[in-house]
Design a protein around this ligand. Structure first.
Ligand SMILES: Cc1cc2nc3c(=O)[nH]c(=O)nc-3n(C[C@H](O)[C@H](O)[C@H](O)COP(=O)(O)OP(=O)(O)OC[C@H]3O[C@@H](n4cnc5c(N)ncnc54)[C@H](O)[C@@H]3O)c2cc1C
Length: 421
């Protein structure tokens, strides 16, 4: 009898697992996702700022699984796991499994601040990126007709909370748009100072990266006219005003939230199975602690068995990809009754882009810190070749080439699809 493997989540981890189990004898895979497409989070900020089209960074699962006879796709959201019956309850029905794999990633963490959850703009999903693009464009339109000076100021001030790679990348992109595009698109705003703040509670930007990368990002953003505020903890967002723990306030209608993520908690998994950041505690084979046949991979898992990462791995695409690949090998080993391989992360380094020809890269082997044009070229190639297939790579390459030569794009449309019930 074929083993039924149900994978919840088709991000980096889930899709790499599914792809490597394709056409494997003795295994059938059902991939469940709440969206009908895979997407590439590292380039969401370019969708949010109108530099890439959605279709550049997304690809439909069903098309991806053409000719992969042992893989099915189910659109649906995981609601509950019934361990005794080996089944999952989805928003679209139920599925039985021999093995269950949770690869659900993370969601934005608003640290329990309800006003921020309601009014700030997160950037975790494609929906978030489209919403952010529409919102930024709409508020800039509003600024062109605002007659009240206080209102106009709020409409032309952007606060980005979170100085990790996403915050740095979006701050840099907005600073370049302010320089190259703003006055051409909005001549009504000529002479108005659009303020961009990047704030973080930590004493540095890009906290997980090297000192060289942190200083380079800080210095470059300052030169680009971004107001970087460190050691600044956002406490609340009331009446269009960001309030910091030290009492300082910044009035703005645009609070972009890239300050943190947290994993999801699912009914049916006991609370002892969750560790730091609500991540599922897993052993060296990614099996969830205290369960028989449930696995977790990618951002949603916390694995402390890797001797080089005793505190767990960073929540990065490479960890998720390698988790997916290793678990696929182990499932194949299980069906052919061979030994499984414990997971060991091969750290390929980290990068952040700050602007045109400006990026920072930390390479672990051989240890190198590269900043500037070379790091930027590396960033472009790594991201281009990490896209899911050749169509997305060609379209993205085309869009980037146009943007490089014109310092502009033509995707700044406010498109709000209506919803029919
Ligand atoms: C804006 C942004 C920029 C980033 N930039 C970088 C970068 O430059 N480099 C880097 O290494 N990492 C980057 N990351 C982190 C990287 O994207 C994650 O580490 C990686 O996506 C984790 O992969 P995953 O498969 O665990 O989760 P994800 O890729 O998040 O995939 C989770 C999948 O699960 C689905 N899902 C979630 N909940 C449910 C549910 N209840 N039911 C059904 N389906 C569900 C989602 O739709 C999604 O398809 C970035 C992240 C973000 C948000």
């Amino acid at each position: 009898m074929k083993k039924e493997i149900v994978i919840i989540g088709g991000g980096f981890a889930g899709i790499n697992l599914a792809k490597r189990l394709a056409n494997t004898k003795g295994i059938h895979v059902t991939l469940v996702d709440k969206n009908n497409y895979n997407f590439f989070p590292p380039l969401l900020y370019q969708v949010a700022t109108g530099f890439l089209e959605v279709s550049n960074i997304c690809y439909p699962f069903r098309k991806l699984f053409h000719y992969k006879k042992n893989i099915s796709f189910r659109l649906g959201e995981l609601q509950k796991i019934v361990q005794d019956e080996n089944k999952v309850v989805l928003s679209t029905g139920e599925l039985s499994y021999h093995y269950l794999v949770l690869a659900t990633g993370t969601e934005s963490n608003f640290f329990g601040i309800e006003n921020i959850r309601k009014a700030a703009l997160p950037m975790k999903t494609v929906d978030d990126a489209i919403e952010m693009r529409n919102y930024l464009l709409q508020k800039t339109e509003d600024a062109t007709i605002a007659t009240d000076e206080t209102e106009k100021k709020k409409l032309t001030t952007i606060v980005i909370a979170g100085g990790g790679p996403t915050g740095v990348e979006i701050a840099g992109m907005l600073a370049e748009m302010r320089k190259n595009i703003l006055e051409k698109d909005y001549p009504e705003l000529k002479g108005i100072k659009v303020c961009i703040y990047l704030v973080d509670a930590a004493p540095t930007l890009l906290t997980p990266m090297s000192k060289e990368a942190q200083q380079y990002a800080y210095g470059t953003l300052i030169k680009m006219g971004v107001d970087v505020k460190l050691n600044k903890l956002v406490k609340d967002y009331i009446d269009d005003t960001v309030i910091f723990a030290d009492g300082e306030k910044i009035p703005t209608k645009m609070l972009l939230w890239t300050a943190g993520v947290t994993s999801k908690v699912f009914e049916g998994i006991p609370k002892e199975c969750y560790g730091r950041g609500r991540r599922l505690l897993v052993d060296e084979y990614n099996k969830v602690q205290g369960t028989q046949n449930i696995y977790a991979i990618g951002d949603t898992s916390l694995q402390t068995s890797d001797k080089n990462f005793p505190q767990g791995h960073p929540q990065l695409a490479q960890v998720a990809i390698q988790h997916g690949k290793n678990l696929a090998k182990n499932f194949k080993a299980m069906v052919s009754r061979q030994n499984q391989k414990p997971f060991a992360y091969n750290d390929k380094g980290s990068m952040a882009i700050i602007g045109r020809s400006k990026a920072a890269a930390d390479i672990p082997k051989p240890k190198m810190r590269i900043n500037g044009f070379i790091a930027w070229i590396m960033w472009l190639f790594v991201h281009l070749f990490s896209l899911i297939n050749y169509r997305n790579r060609i379209k993205t390459m085309y869009n980037w080439t146009v943007a490089y030569f014109t310092k502009d794009q033509s995707l700044r449309m406010i498109i709000r699809p209506g919803i029919k019930s």
